[in-house]
Write a protein that binds this ligand. Sequence first.
Ligand code: BEZ
Length: 210
Amino acid sequence: MALQLGDEAPDFTADSTDGPIHFHQWLGSSWGVLFSHPKDFTPVCTTELGRVSALKPEFDKRGVKVAGLSVDTLESHQKWVGDIQETQGHALNFPLLADPDKKVANLYGMIHPNASDTATVRSVFVIGPDKKIKLTLTYPASTGRNFDELLRVIDSLQLTAKHKVATPVDWKHGDDVIIVPSVSDADAKIQHPGGWKTLKPYLRVVPQPK
Ligand code: BEZ
């Protein structure tokens, strides 16, 4: 069965462009993003890996470790990374996992036989410090992902984890947030001493906590 939100992220060891990785140990107490792409030497993947390299400081700021994966060999990855720097202007600065025997791809359900029996689709897993899966995304091979959106979701997940607030439609960092329904008004008074706006008893809006 496909991995669900709240499941433990499967552990594994794999070779990567940064050396062998024992996944849980590598994550430590950080948040993590594991994302797959279909194949080396493909155009959309090349742009995605360049963009994630450019955004690496943003992931670092949020305490998030990022790893990419495709079902190619380490040797192939090593040949390809030069193209990423040359065409995208950013050298790969995070580990790209080699998975030629599809061990990790199968553990995470990254192969979708309706799309391809042999290649990974564009899966994304956000993993919390508790090693539980907090978000899954599946994009087709032909659509590059929006990694700014992924950072936005991570900001939301981290606010929920820390402050028990949810984020409304189209929320951006700095916008007002919503006190989650499971927090009583009595507890909300402690957590938000500056007060909040009650639009409905179930819709309580508060400035984003710092
Ligand atoms: C790509 O990564 O560029 C790609 C892969 C498979 C189909 C279409 C595009």
